[in-house]
Design a protein around this ligand. Structure first.
Ligand code: ADP
Ligand code: ASP
Ligand code: MG
Length: 634
């Protein structure tokens, strides 16, 4: 027996559901099928609940949208008007919305009830369509089989009762047995959900209990990738991975599988595959118990986008063991899930990373627990830092390797990503860092570039000034582009470009051969806008190239270097002004890991500065400079 789970995008349209039918029909064995709500519907249901609870009648039109969307899907697939079973669910849906609207209250219980509508509708449509296609299918209401506690929104499964009920259901299985994912119920039949993304979990529970031969998760990507492909365009496909690594990757946000979903399959050692519904011929990622690929140091890089760091600190904490106990007890009683923990060795502080949506509850719980100690200044007020992300390197082989964290922090530092907290799991399968959310995309890309073998390294240029020198420089780039790529593995991209009249930005790089006409059609140049755009893009390996002779542009260098963007320039103003300003630039460049290079300032680009630097580095001392010949002077 096989368990097949299809996610939201896999059942997101008429075509997708037809594709699912094809995949199911091609199976020789008996199939247990688990399906999600139609893609995007759970989000819409969340919104409807919130809008209705706020007393806004607009909820009615949102409700209609969801209803019509499903009616249409039903009609397109089954070529008939939806039946009574369908409208019974719609009626319940309408009633619960009305109730929430009238009471102006959305409890976690009613929220779960509303959310369950998505999976109930999709599974009904799929089962009726499969029947219509002549597939031998039986629809089971998962709420009668998956039993949980009443922790609405994220209920915990009662495995004993659930196992019993699933085993009992087995006698009614047909060639295909369909269970809607995500939904469950308490022992007194209150509808619950297993947490967002929980359809994977439903499927894994079934696979575990039924001791399936294989567990397949069908989604919209080719498999598990070395990083979220939406954030890292060059993420690589992972062919084979161990359960432990997959677990670490998914814990840290690789949304493709929901973290606990691996557990039931892992316990029974059931091999698992992640496959692309729209490219079933692709192999997918295989996840098995034993898999140690010694070639790969890092298996993947994952992240959690929106977290809050909560810190308890103060001299009153030193050496008193109960502090951390009370800290974690308070968070746990408030049902706050702790994602990451760090403690300074001086014991002056403990910080935890939590889901951003829990920050108010966490702060309230901690203030209640420690209010008195904060008031009498034994400990500091609880510090809450928002808009942060966690980035994590995951890999089995990291534990035997020195220098991985060194490389990680070095690369992040060089790109101006500052690190708020660090944590390394005791398994050493994971090193995580808390960083600003604004830096997430840059950090993911730069780490990916550093830990996975790339044939090239991308360099992002921002060029100001397209006069004679500027033109010559860009034309030289155009000529050398292939050479630099082939011989120096550098992939040069012009991301921003400006002259005194126009400016352009192109996140994927301006086509080099057409730069002049593209720039001529750009937006009106504004120095402030140009800078803001460059900072906001926050790209890795960025270089600002000033090919103007402008004092105003030169005055921006300290600020640019501070953003960890290197400055390269033939503009002599900055390097020939007051010595203190020049020294400030050098120290900025050192502090922020950015480079300030101005070779062409001396002798019109003859290699004088680099030669001098080499001499000084090898121990020579400069005693006297007789003359500095600049291009302008000669
Ligand atoms: P489904 O609706 O099928 O459950 P999800 O949206 O929950 O699909 O998960 C699939 C998505 O996970 C992909 O579209 C991809 O953008 C995202 N994702 C995040 N991290 C990874 C990763 N490391 N590998 C593959 N996909 C990832
Ligand atoms: N439909 C639910 C969600 O969007 C469960 C799932 O898709 O796994 O979170
Ligand atoms: Mg999912």
């Amino acid at each position: 027996m096989k368990v097949l789970k299809f996610g939201g995008t896999s059942v997101g349209s008429e075509e997708a559901i037809r594709q699912v039918a094809k995949i199911v029909q091609s199976q020789v064995e008996q199939v247990v099928l688990v399906t999600s709500a139609v893609g995007g519907v759970t989000d819409q249901l969340v919104q409807i609940g919130e809008v209705a609870a706020s007393g806004n009648r607009v909820y009615i039109s949102h409700f209609e949208t969801v209803k019509v969307q499903h009616e249409q899907l039903y009609y397109n697939l089954i070529e008939n008007k939806p039946d009574d079973k369908f409208y019974k669910i719609i009626e319940e849906f309408e009633d619960i919305c009305k109730g929430i609207f009238l009471l102006r209250e959305l409890t976690s219980r009613s929220s779960d009830y509303i959310l369950s509508i998505g999976e109930r509708l999709s599974s009904l449509i799929i089962s009726e369509f499969f029947q219509y296609e002549g597939i031998d299918i039986t629809l089971f209401d998962s709420r009668q089989y998956i039993v949980t506690d009443d922790h609405f929104g994220h209920a915990n499964v009662n495995f004993k009762e659930t196992t019993k009920r699933i085993i009992d259901a087995k006698s009614g299985f047909t060639k295909v047995s369909l269970f809607p994912g995500f939904i469950a119920s308490t022992s007194d039949n209150q509808t619950t959900t297993l947490g967002r993304g929980g359809s994977d979990y439903t499927a894994a529970i079934l696979a575990g209990v039924l001791e399936a031969d294989h567990f397949e998760v069908w989604t919209d990507v080719d498999g598990l990738m070395t990083a979220d492909p939406r954030m890292v365009k060059r993420a690589n496909f992972i062919e084979h991975v161990s359960y432990e690594e997959a677990l670490e990757l998914s814990h840290f946000g690789a949304k493709v599988i929901y973290p606990p979903s691996i557990q039931p399959a892992l316990e029974k050692g059931i091999p698992m595959t992640i496959k692309n519904t729209f490219k079933p011929e692709q192999k997918g990622t295989l996840i098995t118990k034993e898999w140690d690929d010694t070639k790969q140091l890092i298996r993947g890089i994952s992240s959690i986008k929106d977290i809050t760091l909560v810190t308890l600190s103060g001299s009153g904490m030193v050496g008193i063991p109960k502090f951390s106990y009370r800290f974690f007890r308070a968070l746990s009683s408030a049902k706050v899930n702790v994602i990451l923990i760090t403690q300074a060795s001086s014991e002056h502080s403990i910080s935890v990373g939590i889901d951003a949506k829990d920050d108010k509850v966490a702060l309230k719980a901690l203030n209640e627990e420690f209010g008195e100690l904060i008031e009498n200044h034994s400990i500091d007020p609880i510090l809450v830092e928002k808009n942060l992300s966690i980035i994590a390197l995951v890999g089995n082989n990291m534990r035997d390797q020195v220098g991985v964290s060194g490389q990680m922090f070095n690369v992040l530092g060089k790109n101006g990503v500052s690190i708020k907290a660090i944590s390394q799991g005791s398994s050493e399968r994971n090193i995580s860092a808390v960083i600003s959310r604004d830096d997430l995309s840059k950090a993911l890309n730069v780490l990916h570039e550093s830990f996975f073998l790339y044939s090239t390294k991308r360099i992002n240029l921002f060029i100001i000034g397209t006069g004679n020198v500027g033109k010559a420089f860009i034309n030289q780039l155009v000529k050398q582009f292939t050479f630099l790529k082939k011989n120096h593995q550098l992939n040069i991209k012009i991301i921003g470009m400006a002259n005194s009249r126009k400016m352009i930005f192109e996140e994927d790089g301006t086509p080099l051969s057409k730069w002049e006409s593209t720039l001529a059609n750009g937006a009106k140049f504004d120095k402030k806008d140009f800078m803001r755009h460059m900072y906001d893009m926050n790209l890795r390996n960025s270089i600002f190239i000033d090919i103007t002779a402008s004092e105003d542009v030169a005055a921006l260098y300290p600020e640019i270097l501070k953003k960890s963007i290197s400055v390269v320039t033939p503009n002599k103003i900055a390097a020939t002004g007051p010595q203190a300003d020049y020294l400030n630039l050098k120290s900025m460049s050192k502090k922020y890991g950015s480079r300030f290079l101005f070779e062409t300032n001396v002798c019109a680009g003859l290699p004088v500065l680099s030669t001098l630097n080499d001499l000084v580095r090898s121990g020579d001392q400069v005693h006297q400079i007789e003359a500095v010949l600049s291009g302008t002077l000669v």
